[in-house]
Each structure stands twice: as C-alpha cells, then as structure tokens.
Design a protein around this ligand. Sequence first.
Ligand code: ADP
Ligand code: GN1
Ligand code: MG
Length: 376
Amino acid sequence: MSTSNLSTETIKHIVANFAIEGAIKATKPFGSGHINDTFLISNTDVTCPDYLLQRINHHIFKDVEGVVVNIARVSNHLSTKLQSEFKSEKSVEQVLTLIPTIEGSLFLKDENGNFWRMYQFIKDSVSYDLVSSTKQAYEGGEAFGRFQLMLADMDPSLLTETLVDFHNIKFRLTQFNTALAEDKLGRAKEVEEEIALIREHEDFMCSLYQMGEDGLLPKRITHNDTKFNNILFDKDDNVICIIDLDTVMPGYIAYDFGDAIRSLVNTGEEDEPDISKIDVNMPLFNSYTKGYLKEAMNFLTPAEVESLYLAVFLFPYMQAIRFLTDYIQGDTYYKIAYPTHNLVRTRSQFQLFKKLWAQKTVIKQIIEENKRLASR
Ligand code: ADP
Ligand code: GN1
Ligand code: MG
C-alpha cells in the first residue's frame, strides 16, 4: 500500500491513539523514503509541536518493537550526552523525540495489522537529496562523526540486530545469485553487463567483511542508513538533528562512512536515468572526510581508519546489487515509481561506483591527508 491509499480519515484515526498536544490541523504525505510511509501532522495550536507519523514497513522490519526500543535507547543516550559533556560546543543539536501512544507504548499496531510510530516534528529544518556546498558536506561529516563518537561508549549488545546481515556483502551476493538463478521474470538477459561488473569486483568488495571476520574491526553502534538526506539542517546549514534511526544497531563504523559518501558525492540523483550526469564531486568528499575525521579520530582504531577507504567503493556497489536483486525478483522491496525504476537505480549506482573506482588514488590521498590533519 502506498501513502496515497491512506485517507485523511484513516490518518486522523491513527493519530488519535498517540499522546499529542493540541489538535490536528492537517495531514499530508511527506519525504521521499523508499521503505516507510511518512505523514506530517500539523497542529491547530501554534504553541504545540507538529508531528511526524510513520507507518513502519513490517514486511522488512519484522521486529517493530526491537526497532523502536533501539531508537529510544540510542536517543536517550544521545540526549544525556548532549546535556552534559557536549553541550558547550553545539547547543543547537537535537535528538529525535518519540511520542508514545495514549497507552504508553512506543508504537501502535492498528486493526489492519499496520505498525505506526510518531516523532515530534523538527520545525524550520531542511534535508538535501543533492548536496551543493562544501559547508553542508563538512557539517554533515562532523555530525555523523559526533553521532558515532557519542555512541562509542554505549554497549552495542544493548541493541537488537533488527536487520541481520544488512550490510553484509556476502549475504547480498548470495541474495543476488539466488534471484539470478530463479530469474522469475526473465530479466537476467537485460543485465549481462551489470553481472559482469559484479563478478569483476567481488573479491575486492569482500575485503571489509574479511577484516571483520579476522577480528580487526570492533562492532559498534552505527546508524546504517546514513543517506545525506537523513540529516536535518537549519537555514544556515548548521546540523540540527540526525534522523531515520530505524536501522541503528551493531555494525562497523565504515558502513556509515561509505553510505554517506555514496549519497553525498554523486552529482546526480540516486535514480538519475541519464548516467552522463553522474560524477564524483571530490571537494564534497574532502570536506565530509575532514569533518568526519575531526570527530571520529577521537575513537577510531588504525584498522577502522583503514576500512573507510574500502567502504567508499563497497557502498555504491552493494546498493546497486540490492536494487538489481529487487529488479530481478520483481520489485518487492523498494518503492518504485515506474516499472524499470530499480534498473535505472542500479545503473546509476554502478556509474557512480565506476567514477569512484577511477579515482582510487585521489580518494586514498584525501583520507590520508585528513587523518593527518585530525591527528595533529
Ligand atoms: P524514510 O525511512 O522513509 O527515509 P525518514 O525518517 O528519513 O523516513 O523521514 C522522511 C523525511 O521526513 C526525512 O527525509 C525528513 O525530511 C523528514 N523528517 C523525518 N523525521 C523528521 C523530524 N523529526 N522532524 C522533521 N522532519 C523529519
Ligand atoms: C532505503 O528508507 P530509506 O529510503 O531511508 C534502505 C537503505 C538504502 C536506501 C537507498 C531499511 O532507505 O538501506 O540505502 O533506501 N533502507 C532499508 O536509497 O532497506
Ligand atoms: Mg530517510
């Protein structure tokens, strides 16, 4: 079901279950996420907050309670940190506020079996699908670095691994190979070039996984969906809040670096059909890395720093495989706007990967240089 199938009456009926202040003025579909459905609930009372209602895709997030408990635990930890040691540096930074139901639960299961949760809406904020300035990139890098830093002393075993193997490339390759073997819709013949590209780079792409298997990378609490549009900025491009915490769980820190870079450096949209528009904006890469390492060098091990480079290539490659797997399987995972949407997304991500791959040396140098600057 898409957001358009949910009537205003249905949304109002759902909202009535949550402990909101004021009264509903209007409801409207919001955001551009591929998995959940989001609605902005505006308030008649200007002294009360607006709200963001989300229907959680429970076909993907099967343990909804685990998801919201993870979010609540992480948000509490971040709030405590921001109120104490981090307060003096950046007092504007905020944390997501979950609004409980009237019965005190962090989510609602409705009579149709749908799952809902609500946040306080952060006013006067913007998020960017396409990044245009090095200031945005630097601030975003710093924010994700601080996010990881503030969580570095929280025990990862306090969180449930709600999506097991989410960023495990071996698992993604197995899923892809299974889809290809079944080839339910006969789509494999359209993607021979993409299959060849996947095979060519498989070994390199498994090297981050291998570092983990070899015990070189600690499991920490990571965000796992660090698309750049999951950062809310104010009108002066200062970060207000990191959002979309559905996937916070134990992971390797390089996951968050790789996924942020994937969405940040691309000069085109994630689903740009004209691949000639896709290139790497290297000044943005440099600024993000600078901001990120300024914070993250406070806790990263040398092996973790080394792993960042691998993630720069792994994330567009793995994202392309995930889109392609969904295309071959018949588009059951990501929302699509037209029949070949997942194929277009695949090609656009592979183009980004190729452009990054062609600049391996420069990418390595930029990480090294910013590591040096942050260590001074
Ligand atoms: P999805 O998983 O579908 O990407 P998000 O949680 O990222 O869902 O929310 C979708 C969009 O809603 C975001 O890109 C952002 O623009 C906006 N948004 C999310 N949470 C808030 C919030 N608490 N306050 C204001 N805007 C928000
Ligand atoms: C999904 O919901 P959204 O759009 O923030 C996906 C991410 C992908 C992203 C690609 C739970 O995120 O992993 O990187 O699409 N989330 C899930 O745009 O699969
Ligand atoms: Mg999002």
